[in-house]
Design a protein around this ligand. Structure first.
Ligand code: NAX
Length: 328
């Protein structure tokens, strides 16, 4: 089989990390024929816990796992890496203003971007999961000027999967029959899950639903606020579902999306659909040959336009805030 692919996971001792690492080791991130070497990055206080997880990975005796190394230095952790999953981030704590949050995350994603720039492999692919994911990805990308900008992405696949599931329940159809659903904008409560281009068993999803009130008052807020619902019910934030979505994102990026379908990912805008160039915003995307393409030519109705614009305006504000803070 092939030589191992280096996969760096930050926040490896966290709850998403714990769910993610075993799926990577089992071959679900890249495919059943690709051996992986895991490189776990943590802050010094959590290195010991990450080493414990590394022992458990060893105990999985995964045939595709070619090794596990633990680091507290980003330069070392990203050296030679092919896939970087940036999961570790500074959560918002009580009394923290948005500026404080962005600044704390700038202190994480700036050095990580620099380390990726300095030492990652030429084919590096980066997925940012840690929140605020889109803007953290922007910060890292801006500090990696030698890496093509399109290698930096942020995760909206969990939102996409949540939307698929909600629609599947509403229409009593399996998720496998739903295609071409889109999450637009920011991975935040302003995100817009769009059914107007989605298809259910070949039929337009918005027409099949035929219930604008459900769409506006139930579906959209349910998907956008699902993270809060999970916290309330589970007593902790989404972890295994987030790990699963990260697996889906990278798997599709590397292996391509299915013919006749698309998915959602936050990627660097080229100005499509009125999203200012350079913002990392969620779009309908296909993947082939290891790169994402934005699906072009979709008609955007008024209902969608207003919601896409609102979420993109929020991203623009976050970009301005990190500019003011000197983080990009
Ligand atoms: P945890 O708090 O369980 O774990 C985070 C880990 O990151 C900790 O072990 C911490 O030590 C580590 N860390 C902090 N700074 C670091 C640094 N500079 N380098 C390396 N590691 C560092 O959080 P968890 O539940 O795993 O969530 C991780 C992130 O994912 C959070 O920012 C969370 O908000 C975000 N999420 C994003 C989602 C998405 O759809 N994009 C959904 C799930 C999740 O809420």
């Amino acid at each position: 089989s092939d030589s191992p692919v280096n996969v760096t996971v930050t926040g490896a001792a966290g709850q998403i990390g714990y769910a993610l690492l075993f799926r990577i080791a089992s071959g679900q991130l890249l495919g059943a024929n690709t051996p992986v070497k895991l490189r776990l990055l943590e802050i010094p206080q959590a290195v010991r816990a990450a080493e414990g997880t590394a022992l458990e990975l060893e105990d999985g005796a995964f045939p595709l796992l070619a090794g596990v190394d633990v680091f507290d230095d980003p330069k070392a952790a990203f050296s030679g890496t092919n896939v970087a999953l940036l999961v570790g981030a500074r959560p918002r704590t009580k009394g923290m203003e948005r500026g404080d949050l962005l600044e704390a995350n700038g202190g994480i994603f700036k050095p990580q971007g620099e380390a990726i720039n300095a030492g990652a492999a030429d084919d590096i692919k980066v997925l940012v999961v840690g929140n605020p994911a889109n803007t953290n990805a922007l910060i890292a990308q801006r500090h990696a000027p030698d890496v093509p900008a399109d290698r930096f992405t942020a995760m909206t696949r969990l939102d996409h999967n949540r939307a698929l599931s909600q629609l599947s329940r509403k229409l009593s159809v399996p998720v496998s029959q739903i295609r071409k659903l889109t999450i637009w904008g920011n991975h935040s409560a302003t995100q817009y899950p769009d059914l107007f281009h989605a298809e259910v068993g070949g039929r337009n999803a918005a027409e099949a639903v035929n219930d604008e009130q459900w769409l506006a008052d139930e579906f959209i807020p349910r998907v956008a606020k699902r993270g809060a619902e999970i916290i309330e019910v589970r007593g902790a934030s989404s972890a295994a579902s987030a790990a699963s979505a990260a697996i889906d994102h990278v798997y599709d990026w590397v292996n391509g999306t299915a013919e006749g379908d698309w998915t959602s990912a936050a990627i660097v805008s080229d100005g499509s659909y009125g999203v200012p160039a350079g913002l990392i915003s969620s779009f309908p995307v296909t993947s082939s040959g290891g790169s994402w393409q934005i699906v072009q030519g979709l008609d955007i109705n008024e209902f969608s336009r207003a919601r896409i614009d609102a979420s993109v305006a929020e991203l623009e504000e976050e970009r301005q805030a990190v500019e003011r803070l000197g983080l990009i």
